[in-house]
Design a protein. Sequence first.
Length: 151
Amino acid sequence: MADSSTQSIVVAAPPERVAAVICDFPRYPEWTEAVQRVEVVEEYEDGYASQVRFTLDAGVMADDYTLAYAYSEDLSRIEWHLVAPSKMQRSQVGSYDIVGNPDGTSTVTYTLEVELSVGMLGMFRRKAEKMIMDAALKQLKRRVETPGAAQ
């Protein structure tokens, strides 16, 4: 059984800019260390990705998997789930919730639930989840706050 983990970070940019970076899947390999390749497999009529294939290599963990995405109308919530089990994952459900703050910054909350195909002690799994989430949020923040890097 998978447990859900949640972390938040404040990004010095408005929600629209944060959402633009999150939704620009083909550019993920430019700013996320573990992501080697990304392919948008299917799109909605509005041009947003509905299914995205990822090739991940995080040293001890390598995987190929496809996620299905759904978006709130204002892009304040971007959520996904694993389309089919992969070599390393039985399931994955996640979301980004983006809230604008009065000072022009955004609070990004990342929620992730992963059920691995391989056994891992709970304490090690939680530590790995925390490291993955920390890295994802810090890399997102750096990308969004780098002038000219975001759309």
